[in-house]
Design a protein around this ligand. Sequence first.
Ligand SMILES: Nc1ncnc2c1ncn2[C@@H]1O[C@H](COP(=O)(O)OP(=O)(O)OP(=O)(O)O)[C@@H](O)[C@H]1O
Ligand SMILES: [Mg+2]
Length: 237
Amino acid sequence: MLIQLKNLTKTYQYHDGIINAVDNLSLDIPKGSFVTITGASGSGKTTLLLILGGLLRPTSGKMSYNGSEINLHNDDNLANFRSKHVGFVMQSFALVPYLTAIENIMIALNVKGNNTTENRKRALELLEWVGLEDRTTHYPKELSAGQQQRVAIARALANKPDLLLADEPTGNLDPGLSEEILGILKEINLKQKTTVVMVTHSPMAAEFGDTKIQLKDGKLHNLDSNGIKLNMKVLIN
Ligand SMILES: Nc1ncnc2c1ncn2[C@@H]1O[C@H](COP(=O)(O)OP(=O)(O)OP(=O)(O)O)[C@@H](O)[C@H]1O
Ligand SMILES: [Mg+2]
């Protein structure tokens, strides 16, 4: 099992109260699966994704990754975990505007000395993978939305993560481009065996997952029967 969540809770405090954004959630994510998370706005999807990626610590409960308990890591080790294992793709692409497509990928590479021939070669490989080898020196504003998202995916893959987390990766794209991006994510999942967890509002996009979960008020709401067949053990508390 790649990830095991056990009674995970994330509580936010705000001026006049507290909210359990993730509420006593237990979930196992097998290696190589493609998990899609849907649920209403405010149901805790982004919060859960940030915890999975080691960007946010749960208030209580446990998360283990490959058998090692992530919440026991100090900040340095957590940062190390992220850079070694996790790639993030966000709805807004988050590319650096004054760097070209290839440079946006090169700065993400975990290798010493950014501007090496080796890094350039790896970045080019990644751009080829997402079909943008003829756009390497374009700046983000010179790329279409779908192309920008493809650069963002290439960047997320720079360090060969075993876990790719995507928060509404098609939220800003029209249906045609969305399908293209979803196809790329599926290919990464199938060919590279990368585990993908994708948050989406779109029922069509959710269909790309082999395991579909739905959140409601920070809890698991229901699970597609496919998910159970595919050996996803879910404990609802
Ligand atoms: N930093 C924060 N401080 C206080 N409350 C927060 C914070 N971040 C999120 N929340 C609350 O936690 C709940 C879950 O938020 P989250 O962003 O995880 O939802 P979401 O399912 O991703 O929603 P959306 O679909 O709108 O992106 C919401 O009620 C939100 O208001
Ligand atoms: Mg969100």
